[in-house]
Design a protein around this ligand. Structure first.
Ligand code: PRP
Ligand code: ZN
Length: 289
């Protein structure tokens, strides 16, 4: 593929576990593009960006070999392929783990019991590395898809596969015995980048980080008696410096602050106990710092 100019080429998963969240992220970043049914390649209408829709398995190598400048891909694929790329950002979605699992009735209980056993996986490299590290001589059987049915078919004693919700394991009567690694979606960059693209990538990254930051936070507004202000300020998360505004009723103030979503409810309970009321919570679109 010919590479030129300042247009960034971004590889994303065509269909799969990361696709929906990836598209939502690009949308939150204000990047617009057409969606075609049999798409392979799309050019953004308002950003110097070309999107390549690929199988997730191919993304690490495409980015390493500079066919694409950037890629959004699971850490699992990156580890399995063992490529040389730069991780620009952890994206916080597509969380899963690579695990070892056996049939619920299996006598295999711990990883040492895997010695001499057949283990089916499409993560041959990751599994081999793990077995080597644990000093276990297993018999690794590489298969492409539907690894979870291998024990039922009698072709393996155990599987090594990705687990996200755990539904696939449960429906196939399997239970986890060990986790090899945890994974989430990453933004990766080609090791060598043309100079002309750098500024553009900086802008892309600024938008992406602003969207990610905003996604994990809420904007909280409330009214409180002026005399409760000190107490309320003391329960604010350390990073946030609240905005305090007078109200027509001089005994009251309005307080605004950005709050991490994961502590939101705990924070609201504390606010109420401290005298806060009329509490409004709204989403934030972008946080540029
Ligand atoms: C993985 C894995 C399981 C499933 C587990 O496949 O191979 O089939 O997800 O998810 P669960 O715990 O939520 O049931 P994936 O969707 O990544 O497809 P791929 O390996 O073909 O890309
Ligand atoms: Zn895949």
């Amino acid at each position: 593929m010919k590479r030129s100019g300042k247009n960034i080429k971004l590889a994303i998963q065509k269909t799969g576990r990361l696709t929906e969240a990836t598209l939502q992220l690009l949308k939150n970043m204000g990047i617009e593009f057409e969606m075609y049914k049999d798409r392979l390649f799309t050019r953004s209408k308002n950003f110097d960006l070309e999107i390549l829709w690929l199988r997730d398995d191919d993304i690490p190598e495409y980015v390493q070999d500079q066919v694409c400048d950037l890629g959004i891909v699971g850490e699992n694929m990156l580890k399995e392929k063992g490529v040389q790329v730069t991780i620009l950002e952890r994206l916080g979605f597509g969380k899963c783990r690579l695990s070892l699992a056996v049939s619920e009735k299996s006598p295999i209980k711990k990883i040492k019991d895997l010695s001499g056993k057949k283990i089916a996986t499409s993560y041959v490299r990751s599994l081999n590395d793990f077995l080597k590290k644990e000093n276990i001589k297993g018999n690794v059987i590489g298969i492409k898809g539907s690894v979870e049915i291998a024990p039922m078919l009698g072709i393996a004693d155990a599987v090594c596969d990705l687990v996200s919700t755990g539904t696939t394991l449960r429906t196939n009567g399997l239970k986890e015995i060990a986790t090899i690694f945890e994974s989430e979606a990453l933004l990766i960059q080609s090791p060598k980048l043309e100079k002309a693209k750098r500024k553009n990538i900086e802008n892309f990254l600024m938008r992406l980080q602003a969207s990610i930051r905003a996604d994990s936070t809420k904007y909280v507004m409330l009214n409180a008696p002026r005399k409760a202000l000190k107490k309320i300020q003391s329960i604010m998360p350390s990073m946030s410096s609240p905005t305090v505004m007078p109200l027509a009723n001089t005994e009251m103030v309005a307080i605004h602050s950005v709050i991490p979503e994961k502590i939101l409810w705990e924070f609201i309970e504390k606010l109420k106990r401290a005298g806060g009321r009329d509490i409004l919570v709204t989403p934030i679109e972008q946080i540029v710092i």
